[in-house]
Design a binder for this molecule. Structure first.
Ligand SMILES: Cc1cc2nc3c(=O)[nH]c(=O)nc-3n(C[C@H](O)[C@H](O)[C@H](O)COP(=O)(O)OP(=O)(O)OC[C@H]3O[C@@H](n4cnc5c(N)ncnc54)[C@H](O)[C@@H]3O)c2cc1C
Ligand SMILES: NC(=O)c1ccc[n+]([C@@H]2O[C@H](COP(=O)([O-])OP(=O)(O)OC[C@H]3O[C@@H](n4cnc5c(N)ncnc54)[C@H](OP(=O)(O)O)[C@@H]3O)[C@@H](O)[C@H]2O)c1
Length: 284
């Protein structure tokens, strides 16, 4: 990490930072709940990425009490916007005592956010072999890479059916994903680029676990009981037709992986495309 010179006003790192080498300007901020928000920023012209990948973003940290030096405080973030978009979008948690998000949650349009433009990740089409149906399994902010892939033309070129499941504790935590999927229908650019009515291939399956909603329960339990497949009108996953991407907390990822092995699906990677891929939505 590059060391930066001390700044004078350290009360709000975003304001105190002078021109940073990797800084981008915030162009939009939306708050959904007291724990969730999304924001957009400018995209370096030279930055290329594959829909589904993540980058390191952040703010300047507090000064070291001994040396007075400040360093960038960076965290991994899935890029929520598709690879063709001229801006970058992110969907973020607000951890009240989190080193980064306790500050990041206060960003405003015009502020600067540090972006290390070196995208990586396993939730990419290149890591899967051809199939008929693709499943995106998310909990919480694990929806972010799928916000990118749901706006990626290749998703619709490669698959006849796209199933997105999103499990959250509370109803309000589904808003970002639900609004995004709803907006696909009226998005003129996407209907033109991907093909009129492309969104009809999507089956959206939101569930909550701690607040009443039309579909309650963890997706894992709903799959084990067969209820999810019945609701969606599809058979359980099988290696011939189904491909999947998983992005959630560690326990969720591990539980689904175990279920997938029982279905006969094999985990893939960039270097070895297979039936499914997994990425953590955050480190525990
Ligand atoms: C590959 C990867 C991609 C990621 N993509 C995103 C993303 O798109 N959006 C996002 O908000 N975060 C994402 N994260 C998590 C992110 O890197 C940070 O952990 C998060 O921004 C909180 O930073 P912090 O410094 O405030 O707290 P940290 O010290 O990083 O985390 C404190 C604690 O908060 C909890 N926590 C952290 N992140 C989350 C989260 N996203 N949801 C629920 N609880 C969490 C964990 O229990 C963690 O131990 C990703 C992490 C990884 C590894
Ligand atoms: N969301 C909140 O309102 C809230 C508020 C304050 C603090 N926090 C803290 O923030 C952290 C992250 O919370 P989060 O709600 O964003 O994420 P989370 O704990 O990962 O939960 C997100 C969703 O995933 C489900 N889930 C968890 N493990 C699963 C598994 N193995 N299989 C299937 N589904 C699984 C949860 O169901 P269950 O509900 O059944 O676990 C919940 O619906 C936690 O440490 C939490 O204590 C959260």
């Amino acid at each position: 990490m590059t060391e930066m010179t001390p700044v004078t006003d350290t009360s709000l790192a975003t304001k105190a930072v002078p021109a940073l080498p990797d800084a981008q300007k915030v162009t939009e901020v939306k708050h959904y709940t007291d724990r969730l928000f999304s924001f957009k920023m400018t995209r370096p012209v030279s930055m290329r990425f594959r829909s589904g990948e993540f980058v390191m973003i952040g703010l300047m940290g507090d000064p070291n009490p001994e040396t007075g030096k400040v360093k960038p405080l960076l965290r991994a973030y899935s890029i929520a916007s598709p690879s063709w978009d001229e801006e970058l979008e992110f969907y973020s948690i607000k951890v009240q005592d989190g080193p980064l998000t306790s500050k990041l949650q206060h960003i405003k349009v015009g502020d600067e956010v540090i972006l290390r433009p070196k995208p990586v990740g396993t939730l990419v089409h290149d890591a899967l072999i051809p199939g008929k149906r693709i499943w995106f399994f998310a909990t919480g902010t694990g929806f972010a890479p799928f916000a990118s892939l749901l706006r990626e033309p290749q998703t619709y070129e490669d698959y006849d059916e796209i199933i997105i499941t999103h499990t959250c504790r509370e109803v309000g935590e589904l808003t970002y994903g639900r609004d995004l999927i709803e907006a696909l229908k009226d998005d003129e650019l996407l209907n033109e680029v991907i093909g009129e009515g492309f969104w009809k291939k999507i089956k959206y399956y939101p569930t909550t676990t701690r607040e009443e909603s039309p579909k309650m329960g963890r997706i894992t339990d709903l799959m084990r009981s067969g209820e999810a497949f019945e609701d969606l009108g599809v058979p359980p996953l099988n290696p011939e037709s189904d491909r999947a991407m998983i992005c959630g907390n560690l326990a969720f990822n591990l539980e689904l992986k175990e279920m997938f092995e029982d279905y006969g699906l094999v985990e893939g990677a960039n270097s070895n495309p297979q039936h499914y891929v997994v990425e953590k939505a955050f480190l525990d």
